[in-house]
Design a protein around this ligand. Structure first.
Ligand SMILES: [Zn+2]
Length: 308
């Protein structure tokens, strides 16, 4: 059963105490009931307020052990408020906004929380796109990134895949920063993001040539000498790129460096692919669920240039 608060008032009522937050996470982490990570035992004794001890093997654990919430000195109630505020507003919330609303002492803390939660938005083992899929690349940085970006002079390539739905509709998307537009880079993206057997719609860029050998069907739209504009030829990719850039510039004021772009691409994808959800607040449920499904992230890995 998917159990989550429907509005802010309900959220505040339900998650006012550490115990309430812990019980909620336990339900998400062990939906079939507790299982000892060491022996699979089901019976436990409580040890203090946080730990439980396996009755069979004596292993002590907690609902946040081995997750991104592990070892945090921050109360779970604050983490829950952070999860609420990054998911509930339509466009999310920047690290600065989070710092203000949670009353965090430093921007650095707010920022590292934001990155942890962003990482939790990537669903491990998520389904690949299928059917008819438009694929293209776009640049991020330099001109779009505003003043800060220009100062750094950074620029990077982002691969974009969008499922076609009907004549004009947008399905799910995948975004990934790629090193270059070589055949190897684009194929790695396509194979990670799209089911073989799907029909890929691309421009005539040579790097897509070998995809048919990988089990994809391929429909090329030639841009050069074509009377139509790029937006007509791969209209969905162009719409998604427009929305992505508006979101990066609007919600995050363009202050997104190339080194951290992956996190933002993950968050945009998470939001976009769930935009049809009947309840927006279900994003909170998904995020909490994924927060206890993911391993811990040391701070130095957060700030490192992560490449997937
Ligand atoms: Zn055990």
């Amino acid at each position: 059963m998917e159990d989550y608060p429907r509005d802010l008032a309900e959220f505040e009522r339900r998650f006012a105490t550490e115990e309430a937050c812990r019980a909620y996470l336990a339900q998400l982490r062990w939906p079939e009931g507790f299982r000892c990570p060491k022996c699979g035992g089901r019976k436990t004794w409580p040890v203090g307020r946080v730990l439980v001890e396996c009755a069979a093997c004596g292993r002590q654990t907690s609902v946040t052990a081995g997750t991104i919430l592990q070892d945090t000195r921050t109360p779970l109630t604050t983490w829950f408020r952070a999860m609420w505020w990054v998911t509930a507003p339509k466009t999310g919330m920047s690290a600065l906004g989070l710092q203000q609303i949670l009353g965090l002492g430093s921007y650095k803390t707010a920022w590292s929380w934001r990155q942890k939660l962003r990482r939790a938005m990537v669903r491990p083992g998520r389904d690949r796109l299928q059917g008819h899929v438009e694929v293209d690349e776009t640049f991020w940085g330099a001109t779009e990134a505003g003043v800060r970006g220009r100062q750094h002079g950074e620029k990077t390539l982002v691969a974009v895949a969008v499922e076609q739905v009907g004549r004009r509709g947008l399905g799910r998307i995948r975004l990934r920063r790629i090193a270059d537009a070589s055949a190897d880079s684009l194929q790695a993206f396509v194979e990670e993001a799209i089911e073989p057997g799907s029909v890929l719609h691309t421009d005539g860029w040579i790097s897509y040539d070998r995809l048919e050998k990988r089990g994809y069907r391929h429909r090329i739209t030639f841009l050069r000498g074509h009377p139509k504009s790029p937006a007509d030829l791969l209209p969905r990719v162009h719409r998604v790129v427009g929305l992505l850039k508006r979101w990066l510039l609007g919600t995050h004021h363009g202050a997104v460096s190339v080194a951290h772009l992956d996190y933002y691409l993950d968050e945009f994808t998470f939001r976009f692919n769930r935009r049809m959800s009947r309840h927006r607040d279900k994003l909170f449920y998904r995020l909490a669920q994924q927060a206890v499904a993911l391993g811990p992230v040391p701070y130095d890995r957060l700030i490192a240039n992560h490449n997937r």
